[in-house]
Ligand binder design. Structure first.
Ligand SMILES: [Zn+2]
Length: 464
């Protein structure tokens, strides 16, 4: 009797499931049972590979994703032209530590994106280890001139959000060469932005600021194990020499594209929502996590809507941005064109933090909107989406920032991301199919909720 009552209660509860609960459930069901994101990523990663801006692979990715979007039966698919920088690595880099003439130990290095090459014969010089840019000032020119500056501040292990640890270190990589050059350094070596100790160097963007071409010095990343080894060796023997040879080159800008697909809104087509990731990647791996995952998840949002029969009220665009990694030209051009055409963007969601288990979202939004988000929590928590954080967004959608635009970012678990970020092991086998699919469904659910309740002053009815 009691059992019957429970069953009856359950049945009633099931009937009382709101239309929002049902829609979100069906988005997840479709993503997890007949998702396309993983197949798309497989192709991008294994058939095309690393997609550095201006490379043949980047152009192949433009063509492939456009064709796949065309298969989805969207209202419109197009390419938005954008000029992008073309930097090439050339033959692989080479470095060693010389403790005595003829006694050397090789260490894994890679050029930072945008760096100049070494002279053809390489650079051999003494090393000065620092923990940060501010130390350069204290050391002064007399200790730095002619030397290789070794930036060795590690990512802070105690940070739970590894993006914070990254943020606390990345100035060494981005500005290290520019700053060290001012003191006459011969080159810079930067400890890879990686929390674990391994043998893979991690590349990433760097800038010379307005330093004249003649004063630019080569910049390379060294693996974390290499950094530990170099640091220990320096303590034992401060007069060691470091040899670096790299062959990279900055070429002329080339034409590339943002790939865009659109479903026109049924009720408020003038309001535009964007989901996106960046199609370019670094060249060492195949860019599966950064940011192949974000691209295929964004494509999947539109496919899931089609699949479940949901027609967005506002116009929904997927934008696969070109050149996030070493220029942000795609994101900048997209926002410039939107402004020029007086398009009304209301919402943009980016996935660019890896294809790991989604934990929630961050928002660059006014407090009033965060209160609306609060009311969505009960709908999202069953899917283990717990974190709804104020402050965030994404690099590519950043240029869309402005009054009345909500920017959001998917927040996956961040613990393993920097094991792979910008390194040779950012590859397809490190993406878990299910985690990738959960991310796509999470994004689709958020877009659905925004589409229905995002610009209402009062929040969704939770029966409270
Ligand atoms: Zn990225």
């Amino acid at each position: 009797m009691k059992k019957l009552l429970v069953l009856l209660l359950l049945a009633t509860f099931a009937q009382a499931q709101t239309k929002d609960e049902q829609q979100i459930r069906s988005l997840y069901d479709a993503a997890l049972t007949e998702g396309k994101a993983y197949d798309w990523l497989n192709h991008l990663s294994n058939q095309i590979g690393g997609r550095l801006s201006g490379s043949v692979q980047a152009e192949q990715a433009v063509k492939y994703t456009k064709e796949e979007l065309e298969k989805l039966g969207l209202d419109r698919v197009w390419l938005q032209p954008v000029m992008v920088p073309k930097w090439v690595r050339g033959t692989p880099e080479y470095a060693f530590i010389e403790t005595k003439p003829g006694l050397t130990n090789n260490v894994p290095v890679c050029a930072l994106g945008g760096s100049v090459a070494t002279p053809a014969g390489g650079i051999k010089a003494g090393v000065v280890e620092v923990k940060g840019i501010e130390e350069l000032e204290q050391l002064g020119r007399k200790n730095i001139e002619g030397k290789i500056v070794f930036f060795n501040r590690p990512m802070e292990a105690t940070q739970i959000n590894t993006f914070k640890a990254y943020g606390g270190c990345v100035d060494q990589r981005y500005s290290g060469a520019m700053e060290a050059a001012k003191f006459g350094a011969a080159a810079v070596i930067v400890r890879s932005m990686n929390l674990r100790l391994d043998d893979l160097p991690h590349t990433g963007s760097m800038s010379y600021g307005d330093l004249p071409v003649s004063e630019r010095i080569p910049a390379a990343a060294i693996s974390t194990n290499g950094a530990e080894f170099l640091s220990t060796t320096l303590k034992l023997q401060p007069d060691i020499k470091f040899y670096l040879k790299q062959n990279c080159k900055q070429l002329e800008d080339v034409q590339s594209y943002n790939v865009i697909g659109e479903v026109r809104g049924t009720e408020e087509p003038e309001k535009i929502m964007v989901v996106g990731g960046h199609l370019d990647s670094w060249d060492l791996g195949d860019g599966s996590h950064d940011d192949g995952a974000g691209c295929v998840q964004s494509m999947e949002v539109l496919r899931l809507f089609k699949e479940t029969g949901y027609k967005p009220k506002k116009t929904l665009r997927v934008v696969l941005f070109m050149n996030e990694e070493n220029g942000l030209r795609g994101g900048t051009e997209y926002a410039a064109q939107a402004a020029k055409k007086k398009e009304k963007h209301v919402f943009a969601l980016e996935s660019d933090a890896g294809g790991f288990s989604p934990r929630g979202f961050n928002f660059d939004a006014p407090q009033g909107f965060m209160e609306i988000v609060e009311s969505w929590k009960p709908l999202l928590e069953p899917y283990l989406l717990h974190q709804f954080v104020s402050g965030g967004g994404g690099a590519d959608i950043g240029p869309l920032r402005g009054e009345g635009v909500i920017l959001a970012g998917l927040m996956p678990d961040s613990q393993r991301y920097f094991d792979h970020h910008h390194a040779e092991n950012d590859t397809f086998e490190h993406v878990n199919k299910r985690e990738l699919e959960l991310g796509a469904a999470a994004m689709a659910s958020l877009v659905y909720l925004y589409d229905n309740y995002g610009d209402e002053p009062t929040a969704v009815d939770n029966g409270k």
